[in-house]
Design a protein around this ligand. Structure first.
Ligand code: ADP
Length: 354
């Protein structure tokens, strides 16, 4: 015979990924537990309609009971909304108020992972701030959110404030940039949950619910590739256009084509402001004047010409850029040649948007 206490104990194993390590019991989300014979019905309360984590929490609660209860126990999870959502807007209740003072919203995209898209995004944001612009970066890379690590802000949880019925998330501020990342809301091992259909809603929230304030540039570090999440993002976020990052290798450049086609697709129709050739050449730390074209030379320029997009910048492959990413002090803060390469990129992007 299962007791109510057992159920509560099992439900304590279900942690809410957006609320640190707190579980759904201590968060007061368990509204009711009903046991009749060998079937259990649990009612979970959610504060709002369309909570992006609802499906995940319902699934986890059910799994926690099934895992612990005697086999044959029937489990049903019901939900109630504790505060009725405002009726005015259909769909996800997000407006564009929080991004209304942002001048340029730019997606940073890449045809494939591992080309340095996040490294370029983070350093470009820092370099734009160095030039005196007001900058924000939203890290929407569900496959590997890197802003927390690259800015040494892992483990931090952004503050949320309630304004009437609206919850607003405050961005992190460091190096003169406002940062937000999907990584602040999920532990790396929980990142899987962001890859389902609800990832799109969570991403939109992470961009549209953040108090960005007045900004010249909001960069969106997009997930690599050209899947459904991208199409949804470019449709639902008023992106002005995109910057594409690639390495000079043929395999990476072949994927640039997919990225270009995605933005130029009739249903999307967003301009591409330029291509960034990352890892354009290798420069050893002890010989700063030498360039070794280990991934081939001129690939970025050929691709830019082929698609009639500007080559906005070339970033060398140097140890200090990788170290900057790992230590959380972006290379763009420095006055070394690699730092200045990001500043030159930032100048060119800002110029092209005037
Ligand atoms: P992506 O976002 O495209 O998956 P990342 O930005 O995470 O790629 O970069 C992948 C790895 O390559 C990271 O370890 C990063 O530090 C390193 N890296 C990226 N660009 C450079 C560069 N120009 N020089 C040295 N290391 C780099």
């Amino acid at each position: 015979m299962i007791a109510r206490n057992n159920i509560i104990q099992w439900l304590q194993q279900v942690e809410h990924p957006a609320k640190g390590d707190r579980n759904i019991v201590e968060l007061g989300m368990v509204e009711d537990v009903d046991i009749s014979g060998n079937s259990v019905t649990v009612t979970l309360g959610f504060a709002k309609h369309r909570d992006p984590l609802a499906e995940y929490l319902i699934g986890s609660a059910k799994a926690a009971i099934i895992r612990n209860a005697p086999s044959g126990t029937g489990v049903e999870i019901r939900t109630v909304i504790k505060e009725p959502a405002p009726k005015k807007k259909p769909g996800l209740d997000l407006g564009f108020e929080e991004i209304s003072q942002v001048k340029h919203i730019i997606g940073i995209a890449s045809g494939k992972g591992g080309v340095g898209k996040s490294t370029v995004s983070v350093n470009l944001a820092v370099a734009l701030a160095r030039l005196g612009y007001k900058v924000g970066l939203a890290d929407a890379d569900v496959y590997g959110p890197s802003v927390p690590k690259m800015t040494a802000s892992e483990g931090m949880t952004p503050d949320a404030i309630l304004e009437g019925e609206k919850e607003v998330i405050m961005p992190m501020e460091k190096y003169g940039v406002k940062w937000m990342s999907i990584g602040y809301f999920a532990k790396p091992e929980q990142a899987l949950i962001w890859r389902g259909p609800m990832a799109c809603n969570a991403l939109k929230q992470m961009i549209l619910q953040v108090r960005w304030g007045e900004l010249d540039f909001l960069l969106i570090d997009m997930p690599p590739g050209t899947g459904d999440i991208h199409i949804s993002l470019v449709h639902d976020i008023p992106l002005e256009g995109a910057v594409i990052v690639s390495t000079p290798q043929d395999v990476a450049l072949a994927d640039v084509e997919k990225g270009v086609n995605m933005f130029r697709n009739e249903s999307v129709g967003k301009p591409i402001f330029g291509l960034v050739e990352n890892m354009a050449w290798f420069t050893p730390a002890e010989h700063p004047d030498e360039r070794y074209y280990i991934f081939g030379q001129g690939g970025g320029m050929r691709m830019a010409q082929k698609y009639d997009i500007p080559l906005l910048g070339q970033i060398p492959i140097v140890q200090s850029i990788r170290e900057g990413g790992d230590s959380g002090e972006p290379a763009a803060l420095s006055s070394r040649p690699d730092g200045l390469a990001f500043v030159a990129l930032a100048e060119k992007l800002a110029e092209s948007l005037k």
